[in-house]
Design a protein around this ligand. Structure first.
Ligand SMILES: Cc1cc2nc3c(=O)[nH]c(=O)nc-3n(C[C@H](O)[C@H](O)[C@H](O)COP(=O)(O)O)c2cc1C
Length: 426
């Protein structure tokens, strides 16, 4: 039996009294690369933790993936990501006609902890009103091809988005696949700009549209397809289920959360302010991490219940800056963890810190592989009704333990009759 203690995860003493006791199974006993929620294995404490993962047949040196956005905009930065050791790179989202994509500046606004007008507080929230790639598709495709030629063993994933047009999706898939990319992530989740053209979140928020578009995509594509979900929806498991039923191999969540960063109280204008006006944008960074965890948890539960018989994957995204943030996504069942804003703030070498911190976490629990702990925390989520029942039962058991007097010195005058009753057997 491997005995584990959740208090190590965050050093939170509140968890210390709930040791996890699980059966040890050899980690090879379940198929790799899916939300299989493997039972914790007992590792060899002496060996170096192995961060490598195999996801939908794609071998990665570690689970850290560059999330689609500025860190995957061109050849130079994607090459840098591979050189620094990122497990995979998802390029900035491309579409057929980049001429239709017109960005504005400023397009970012940040939230600092303890802001109060101070520019020194830690950045915890990031809003962007950036669109998908505004670079010509031909240029992006040339760079994908060059990267795959130079890094044939590394995983390059194209992120794509198109209008509600079957032929357009088919053409885009065909063209990105010709570059040799390893997988496709479909952006069903961009919250601003593109929904006005029935793209991005407009599809991810409409299960009927999503089913049809996923059908087109999966009939055409020959590489694994991940559907990237928007959190700007009541129940994220609904589109995730539709995407998997329609043939996608994986789910990625979350894209940014619809937000308004703030209003400038001097000018009374919203931020980010473009010619005096603004539009709601996508929120990311540390502040979204708890929301992303909840969404990933919901998707993971749904996948475990309904899709555990296939090679499906889950990619956790949102506010990752530390190995512990990634460990949390993996504990909920994620196979990989994407980072976007974290790279914009800390640069590409961040991956080294993430790997070291994740390994430290694994060492502290004697986990030797990612599969040893993937999905391990999922079973501890339940309904509030169940929490009430569990607590009532725990109180009942604690009272039962207290039943009876331990010693004659415990008899009291006022409680004498009850104390006598507590030791009667019938
Ligand atoms: C400036 C910026 C641009 C982004 N562009 C894209 C994009 O083109 N396609 C996409 O799928 N997601 C895009 N995203 C969303 C990220 O990939 C990610 O889902 C989100 O930011 C949450 O993760 P994070 O907190 O690690 O940034 C963008 C995010 C930011 C901050």
């Amino acid at each position: 039996m491997a005995s584990l203690n959740l208090s190590h995860i965050r050093g939170d003493s509140a968890f210390a009294e709930f040791p996890l006791t699980r059966l040890v199974r050899p980690s090879l006993s379940l198929p790799a690369g899916r939300v299989g929620f493997r039972v914790l294995g007992q590792a060899q404490a002496s060996s170096e933790p192995d961060l490598s993962v195999k996801v939908n047949g794609l071998q990665m040196p570690n689970p850290f993936v560059i999330g689609s956005g500025p860190p995957g905009t061109n050849y130079t930065v994607m090459k840098r990501a591979f050189d620094e050791g990122w497990g995979a790179v998802i390029a900035k989202t491309v579409s057929l006609d980049a001429a239709k994509v017109i960005n504005v500046t400023p397009r970012y606004a940040r939230l600092r902890a303890d802001a109060n007008g101070s520019a020194k507080g830690q950045i915890i929230g990031w809003e962007n009103i950036e669109l998908i790639s505004d670079r010509p598709l031909e240029t992006m495709l040339k760079e994908f091809k060059q990267l795959k030629e130079e890094y044939p063993d590394r995983i390059l994933i194209a992120s794509i988005m198109e209008e509600y047009n079957k032929a357009a999706w088919e053409e885009l898939i065909d063209r990105v696949e010709q570059t040799g990319i390893d997988a496709i992530e479909v952006n069903f989740s961009c919250p601003h700009g593109m929904p006005e053209r029935k793209m991005g979140a407009a599809v991810g928020q409409d299960c009927g549209l999503l089913e049809e578009v996923c059908g087109w995509i999966n009939a055409k594509s020959t590489v694994p397809v991940w559907a990237k979900m928007t959190p700007n929806i009541t129940d994220i498991t609904e589109p995730a289920r539709v995407a998997l039923r329609s043939g996608c191999e994986g789910i990625a969540a979350i894209n940014t959360i619809m937000s308004v960063m703030g209003i400038n109280l001097k000018t009374l204008r919203p931020e980010p302010c473009v010619e005096g006006y603004s539009t709601p944008g996508g929120y990311s960074c540390k502040a979204v991490h708890p929301i992303a965890l909840a969404k990933v948890m919901n998707i993971a539960k749904m996948m475990k219940a309904e899709f555990s018989d296939g090679d499906y994957s889950l990619s956790g995204i949102g506010g990752v800056e530390k190995g512990a943030d990634a460990a949390e996504f993996i504990l909920l069942g994620a196979n990989t963890v994407q980072v976007c804003t974290g790279v914009m703030m800390h640069g590409y070498p961040l991956v080294k810190k993430l790997c070291e911190e994740l390994k430290d976490f694994m060492r502290s629990h004697n986990f030797s592989t990612i599969e040893d702990f993937r999905g391990a925390s999922l079973e501890y989520f339940t309904t509030h009704t169940d929490l009430v029942q569990r607590q009532q039962e725990a109180i009942r058991q604690r009272k039962a333990v207290k039943k009876g007097l331990q010693s004659d010195k415990d008899w009291t005058g006022d409680g004498f009759v009850n104390e006598t009753e507590s030791m009667v057997s019938n």
